[in-house]
Write a protein that binds this ligand. Sequence first.
Ligand code: IMP
Length: 473
Amino acid sequence: MNATVIGSQLGDEGKGGIVDVFAGDADVVVRYQGGANAGHTVERDGETYELRLLPSGVVRGAVGVIGTGCVVDPGTLFSELDALRERGLDPDLRVDARAHVVLPHHRALDGIEEAARDEGGEAVGTTGNGIGPAYEDKAGRRGVRIGDLTDPDSLDSRIESIVSRKRRLVERVYDVDPDELGVEVGAPGAPGAEPIDPFDADAIREILRTWGDRLESEGMVVDAGAYLTAADREGKRILFEGAQGTQIDVDHGTYPYVTSSNPTVGGAISGTGAPPTLVADGHVIGVVKGYLTRVGNGPMPTELAEDHAAAVRERVGAFGTVTGRARRIGWLDLPMLRHAARVNGFTGLAITHVDTLAGFDELRLCTAYDLDGERVETVPATRAAWERCEPVYASMATWSAPDWGAVADAGYDAVPEAAREYVETVAESLSVPIVAVGVGPGREATVVRTNPLDRRDGRSDARPITPRDQSTD
Ligand code: IMP
């Protein structure tokens, strides 16, 4: 039995906490897209872990797999691994040989390209981790893959040409001196991060060799699709952990204000090489934050005016995990959620931050949009139409804060009645049942109604190997 956990909004829904709840019953936790742009906060035994690239399940002792669809900055990867080891954890991590590498110049280009877009008022508000430029090179067939790092001789001759093309791009298109740019190798700003010249081919060759040696010496590189298929056959329980959210998916989101990958369920298939039947295996959990936040630019019809947003932000601490930027804040938006439920085929909802909403004087729920005088129930395809959408609201009953710890212990029926009405209105409108409700940070503060990976049924999950399975090896 496997499951996939997906953000239904604009990222920062609290997926890390939900993954953490289910990861206790998972053997393998897999990231399938994105890179160090994801901010996952996991609490364990009173300790808080903030991860950007590693699957958050590694904190819970599951094997972590970084799939084909991810873009991996090995410097950040090693910094996160080392930081966990220093705190006494022993993460077991595998990285797909086909995953692409975020090279130092991708991070430099992310900043340069954002600055250029900003001049035309078109900045996306990226996290600055080189995600877009790395995916551009992947699609442009210029990328370097993790497997290449373990065969550095094959790469040496390519580096000269890759770096010299990027130098020309920076000089001639963006009118920037490449030798003036530096980035840090390792999680930027983290202890141990080393400055590097991203446009110096010798420096790049050297760092790639160092990364390749470490990946090889720690035996991290695998074929993720084959690894997951074998684990599934052995009856292991696999949790696919989406990063970001449906509305910033490059295909299904508020394009062009999106990330460059597919957080939606199809990404879990193409981004791992595991077959579709294995990926969802009947369970696709949509994580819904009780209100809406966005870091970065783009349409957000239910956004609060800044004075109201500032007051809420102060109260709920809405700042980006990766960037520290103030999050934009809005009312919960059902048209977005209907879109997410359809694109992903959610079988269950985990609704988080229900505690955060306690004590509000007013609570609104956007039930539809008015688009050019027509009532629409889901999101439009184009940015121009998104920007013309006016929210239609229902006013919801508010609730005051009980002892959330006691609520978490007592279970769903102890959640305040108005809060239950709120989450049930959402679930009914999407025709998707609620599997969990978050009433605070940390797995203990998650009221679980159904755990898709629950082992208590005592079933054996080992699958019979059919002749067809064998022939696909
Ligand atoms: P990029 O992924 O760094 O290229 O950023 C593209 C857009 O996605 C920007 O608006 C970012 O703020 C947003 N974004 C990327 N990762 C996350 C995340 O983990 N949570 C929320 N927003 C994100």
